[in-house]
Design a protein around this ligand. Structure first.
Ligand SMILES: [Zn+2]
Length: 236
């Protein structure tokens, strides 16, 4: 009678162990985890694209500020030299020299104005690009965060079930005779899958092969009967 209880407990233990294995596999192969990997890749790529356009924008802004400063200084210098020129009291040679300088400075001002205009136009383009890249990166990062939360939620749900089944497993295992339990654990470790089977009409419930009367009688006389075909522990 005691043996019967132990063996039927073993069948239940196998059921619970199969559920535990299934849950562990589900946890490992969550489809959302693959989605998360992809989303993380997109988030990283869009963040890097944003950072690149952001750096370019800042570089153009720095260049524009430099050219603007330079332009202001040169314009001031032009006005000073023009004032000196119009104030008179210069020798012809000095006046000539000053006119040349004013001419040169004027050309520089014009070049710098063109340069500044180009930089400001580029800044405007980059400003638009930067805003769009920033929005794309924020959306990708949001999608990644949502998936992180979803995966965590699914893992937590699986973990809750796992801990319930593990507790149930411990309760069942406590009811099973130690030698039988050891045999089961060993078989399950080496063979996996179904290692306990009920016998119905000399047919093993694990491999579904039928034993002859002689085979069955020999197996049934063992303290731990095992199928001669698949070695499953048999509940006779
Ligand atoms: Zn079998």
């Amino acid at each position: 009678m005691e043996r019967l209880t132990s063996f039927s407990d073993l069948l239940e233990l196998q059921q619970v162990d199969s559920l535990i294995d299934k849950l562990r596999e589900d946890r490992l192969k969550l489809p959302e985890r693959a989605e998360l990997r992809e989303a993380a890749g997109v988030a990283a790529a869009t963040a890097s694209a944003h950072s690149e356009v952001y750096d370019r924008l800042r570089a153009v802004e720095r260049s524009a500020a430099r050219v603007e400063d330079d332009l202001t200084m040169t314009e001031t210098r032009v006005r000073e030299q023009e004032r000196r020129l119009f104030a008179g009291a210069l020798s012809a040679r000095e006046a000539d020299h000053l006119r040349t300088e004013v001419g040169n400075l004027g050309r520089r001002v014009s070049t710098m104005e063109d340069e500044l205009l180009e930089l400001l136009e580029e800044r405007e383009r980059l400003d638009v690009d930067e805003k769009s890249a920033s929005e794309t990166a924020a959306a990708a990062s949001g999608a990644e965060r949502r998936l992180v939360a979803r995966v965590a939620e699914l893992e937590a749900a699986i973990d809750t079930s796992l801990s319930r089944y593990r507790q149930r497993r411990a309760e069942i295992a406590a009811e099973i005779e130690q030698g039988l339990l050891r045999k089961y654990v060993q078989l399950r470790k080496h063979r996996g899958g179904v290692v306990v089977g009920e016998v119905d009409g000399r047919v093993c419930g694990a491999c579904h092969l039928q034993m002859s009367v002689a085979e069955y009688e020999e197996v049934a006389s063992d303290p731990i009967p095992q199928c001669i075909n698949c070695a499953a522990i048999l509940c006779l």
